[in-house]
Design a protein around this ligand. Structure first.
Ligand code: FEO
Length: 397
């Protein structure tokens, strides 16, 4: 049983998850864990805002009771139907049969399909309101951030925005949930990783939603993951504006795949030349070893992207193909790119890089360098030239 008072009748009743191995079945949660934040607003009427992943339903229900005791919540507001926030809905209804569920036109079909819950529903529209007695909640649609039915809830009397996935991050809070009682810098990379994996493909929609919410006088941000923000509001807004606009920092990410080390040799030659040419921030990833969520995060952050992979039976090394697939959705806006390949008897990888360039409109500084076997003297010259062409552009935008 656990809750944290945020103030003005608002309480955090979320949970921490350290046991799920892969978020969305793809992205490691690691030892850092993740929060499923949920909230309750207590006034003349009581509104629950979102639930938690079903592995923590009992804890969530206990958290509710720790705040409201024997009172019954009047409303369950569903900002988002992804199961990390919605998969305790049926149990809430079982516990509180008279509760009215608030959602929008796109919420309820998903709810019925997932959980068979289709009664006692109250549909709201963009700008719609709900009177809790002492205060009014207002709803704003944020479609595709991160699902079609996504919306946020704004408490107009306290300036508290229940922002759902917007302003969220990986990494569970330890102890305090508040930004001013935490090292907020420690949440920056988890935020980049969260953004690149969850929001990256729909960043234009995120930008639209941030613009739509900008006129609100927001004093506290209560997202569905990560910290509750009540002090460092400018930091949060700057970070998310930067994320949504895909603004990059000077630096280069080199991603390579390798079976026997030859492609890594090429990557090392490139990294060395970048450093010689003044690029201090060079991050290198082996795509066969590192989950792509970490790679995507740094690609979102840094301006330079150099990718290299061997051919694999006339195609491309499969882990690199996986990265290219996700990256084609995220796109490489504001990036300077270059590519190199490795092959033993025939090529094939370069075709995939070319398709990626064509699909994303990547800005490329050099022709693809194709290395046969281990890089020889001429290959080394070509790889250094490729590195120089990227280094020349870093820091220009
Ligand atoms: Fe945390 Fe899109 O759910």
């Amino acid at each position: 049983m656990n809750h944290t008072e945020i103030g003005n009748g608002i309480y955090w009743i979320g949970v921490h998850d350290y046991t799920t191995y892969l978020f969305e079945g793809m992205w490691p949660i690691d030892q850092e864990g993740i929060n499923y934040n949920a909230y309750v607003v207590v006034d003349e009427k009581i509104a629950l805002i979102d639930t938690v992943k079903s592995i923590k339903t009992d804890e969530y229900l206990a958290n509710i009771k720790s705040v409201i005791g024997d009172r019954k919540p009047d409303y369950l507001i569903i900002n988002h139907m992804e199961p990390d926030h919605s998969s305790s809905i049926a149990e809430v209804v079982a516990e509180y049969p008279d509760i009215q569920i608030i959602g929008n036109a796109k919420t309820f079909p998903i709810m019925k399909n997932f959980y068979g819950v289709d009664t006692n529903l109250l549909e709201v529209e963009n700008g719609g309101t709900l009177d809790l007695g002492g205060r009014t909640l207002q709803f704003y649609m944020t479609p595709m951030v991160h699902w079609p039915e996504s919306m946020v809830t704004f408490d107009t009397s306290t300036g508290t925005l229940f922002s759902m996935d917007v302003f969220g991050s990986y990494k569970a809070t330890v102890g305090s949930i508040f930004d001013d009682e935490n090292d907020i810098e420690a949440f920056e990379f988890p935020t980049y990783r969260y953004y690149a994996t969850i929001v990256g493909k729909v960043t234009e929609m995120a930008k639209r939603s941030l613009n739509a919410l900008a006129p609100l006088d927001i004093k506290v941000v209560c997202p569905s993951h990560g910290l509750v923000w009540r002090t460092h509001m400018n930091y949060l807004l700057d970070l998310w504006t930067r994320l949504a606009n895909a603004e990059t920092y000077p630096g280069v990410v080199i991603v390579y795949g390798t079976m026997y080390g030859n492609t890594r040799q090429s990557a090392e030659i490139i990294a060395d030349q970048l450093k010689k040419d003044g690029v201090k921030k060079v991050i290198m990833y082996d795509v066969g070893v590192t989950n792509i969520s970490y790679i995507l995060a740094d690609i979102w952050k840094y301006q330079g992207l150099i990718m290299g992979a061997p051919a694999y039976y006339g195609q491309i090394f499969p882990p690199m193909q996986n990265l290219l697939y996700k990256l084609s959705g995220n796109k490489v806006r504001n990036h300077i790119c270059a590519f190199f390949t490795e092959y033993s008897w025939s090529g094939g990888a370069e075709r995939f890089f070319q398709e990626f360039m064509d699909k994303t409109g990547a800005v490329v500084t050099a022709d693809i360098v194709k290395v046969q076997g281990a890089p020889d003297k001429n290959d080394t010259i070509a790889l250094k030239t490729l590195a120089k062409s990227v280094a020349m552009e870093i820091g220009k935008n």
